[in-house]
Design a protein. Structure first.
Length: 336
């Protein structure tokens, strides 16, 4: 494995920024620090990465964005927010959709690495830690989007999905729902698990008896919601849940399509539906969809801004930006 600037900093007992200054602006560093860094470079055999140095100087006019699900309007809006901010800096955003495929995800990361983008925004699906570490070693800034960085190694911009799940569940309970189903998947997605965790917490803390079942889906698309809705309606009427909390709006719209097409269950009188994301289609649905809103464009703008700051200053400390979710109530949960 190639020796990185971080390795040199660790060996010399200084910060990465000090190593950078020794390499680029030695006159601004004490003689002792120069000697320690120089000795560490010789001992480790560090080879200066000029491509990374040019990136930090701002030569590259592009940033990459690896998107989890290009079919979801939520991610399209996040990208639009990043593009809005990038245009203010005369930078282009190149993005690729992984479609929740680990191989495609790694392919895009490697491609943007080869293209020497100024930085990478990523809404990760699989475990890509090793790939992101290689980008960092090459001087390419990385910011996680729609994912909280638990270990704090990289900056991240996300929404509190646990709080969002709690908001959705509390709303359903307040409107009198007691037999609630969480519909979503796959459960290797952190966002899905967090939303379910919030819903479970709300059910456990309720002052009334509430049951929460889980209806797992293979994906997060409209078709997954339709399939789940059809299966629920195959039960006897007495076994139907009286509310459905979908892991995202696309699943919720599929559930709504299933119920409206079947015609036996009225929404929301018989079965209420709430989604997550508040995409534009939610308000325009046959029955306007209640949802938990994420500030998608603000997330994209914020992530791009942080990325550029870190590309310009490799010594900056990673930060975790978490936006609060917002409950948006429409006719799918409250009859009007």
């Amino acid at each position: 494995m190639a020796v990185s600037m971080r390795d040199v900093a660790h060996r010399a007992g200084v910060s990465v920024g000090t190593v950078s200054n020794v390499l680029n602006r030695p006159s601004e560093v004490s003689a002792d620090s120069v000697a320690r860094v120089t000795r560490a470079i010789e001992e480790l055999g560090y080879v200066r990465n000029d491509a990374a140095r040019r990136l930090r100087a701002g030569v590259s006019a592009t940033v990459g964005f690896v998107v989890l699900d290009g079919q979801n309007p939520f991610y399209n809006d996040v990208v639009r927010g990043a593009e809005d901010e990038a245009s203010r800096h005369s930078i282009a955003v190149l993005h690729g959709n992984t479609d929740q495929d680990v191989r495609r995800e790694r392919l895009y990361i490697d491609l943007f690495h080869e293209q020497q983008v100024r930085g990478l925004l990523i809404a990760p699906y699989g475990d890509v830690t090793a790939h992101l570490d290689r980008l960092a070693e090459a001087g390419i800034a990385v910011v996680l989007v729609d994912r909280f960085s638990g270990d704090g190694r990289y900056s991240s911009v996300s929404v509190d999905s646990v709080a969002g799940g709690r908001l959705a569940m509390e709303h359903l309970i307040e409107t009198g729902r007691r037999r609630i189903a969480f519909v979503g998947g796959p459960f290797d997605l952190r966002q899905v698990n967090d939303r379910l965790a919030g819903a479970r917490a709300a059910a456990e803390n309720a002052n009334v008896t509430v049951t929460l079942e889980v209806v797992a889906t293979e994906g997060m698309a409209v078709e997954d919601g339709v399939v789940s809705g059809d299966r629920i309606l195959m039960r006897t009427r007495g076994d139907w849940p009286d509310a459905l909390f979908a892991a995202n709006d696309l699943i919720a719209l599929g559930l709504l399509q299933s119920l409206v097409t079947d015609g036996r269950a009225r929404v929301p009188q018989d079965i209420a539906i709430i989604g997550f994301d508040d995409i534009p289609f939610a308000a325009a649905a046959a029955v306007p969809l209640s949802s938990v809103r994420q500030p998608s464009r603000m997330m994209g703008r914020t992530a791009l801004r942080i990325l550029l700051e870190e590309a310009a200053d490799p010594e900056s400390i990673p930060r975790q930006t978490v936006f609060p979710p917002e409950l948006v109530v429409r006719a799918s949960t409250v009859a009007r």
